[in-house]
Design a protein around this ligand. Structure first.
Ligand SMILES: [Zn+2]
Length: 195
């Protein structure tokens, strides 16, 4: 069995400190437990399909799980779906209790799951949408449709590079940083168009 590496970046400590500063201990604890439930969902699914985790990096954009193994595309989609599913299951458990803190933690988990399910590659929702689209249409059409969903442009933002199909080395999560960077770029480009 491969040795599991874990690294925590200073950026994550900064993110945690910012959350604590803005929302206090309850917000930080709710965020951490929701993130933990999400990642444990991915991890359980990775082991359930016989794959293995290479490394877990905890970054300023949240945890990134690197894993490997011979997976079918369907198994891979299951691994991706398991994160948001675990987050929503955790939220349901929170709502079953009547403690104010857990109600709050449940709301955080629902919001985090909804964010992760946005149909933007390489976030979980984007990966799942790509898998589902590829079932019903040719590869290239699926990619353009996904980009159109993410960018709101019918041509999907033009002819960009291909999305990865199936690799030996894969990473889950951490797409939020790329997503927010491209969203900022898009807003700036639109502002420039207005001038
Ligand atoms: Zn995820």
């Amino acid at each position: 069995m491969a040795r599991l590496g874990l690294s925590v970046s200073p950026g994550f400590a900064l993110l945690a400190a910012a959350l604590y500063y803005i929302g206090g201990g309850a917000a930080l604890a709710a965020f951490l437990t929701a993130a933990l439930a999400h990642e444990l969902g991915h991890m359980a699914a990775i082991y359930a399909v016989g794959a293995h985790i290479r490394r877990v990096r905890v970054t300023a954009a949240g945890p990134v799980i690197e894993y490997g193994g011979a997976l079918t595309e369907r198994q891979e989609a299951g691994v991706v779906a398991a994160g948001p599913a675990a987050g929503l299951l955790f939220a349901a458990g929170c709502f079953l209790t009547h403690a104010a803190y857990f109600q709050y933690a449940g709301c955080v988990a629902v919001l985090a799951s909804a964010f992760n399910l946005l149909p933007v590659y390489p976030m979980d929702g984007g990966r799942l949408a790509l898998y589902l689209l590829r079932l019903g249409m040719p590869e290239r059409a699926a990619e353009i449709t996904l980009r159109a969903l993410g960018t709101g442009r019918r041509d999907g933002g033009g002819d960009r590079g291909r999305l990865p199909r199936h690799g030996r080395r894969r990473a889950l999560d951490g797409g939020a940083r790329k997503f927010s960077r491209s969203a900022v770029r898009r807003v700036l480009a639109n502002c420039a168009d207005l001038r």
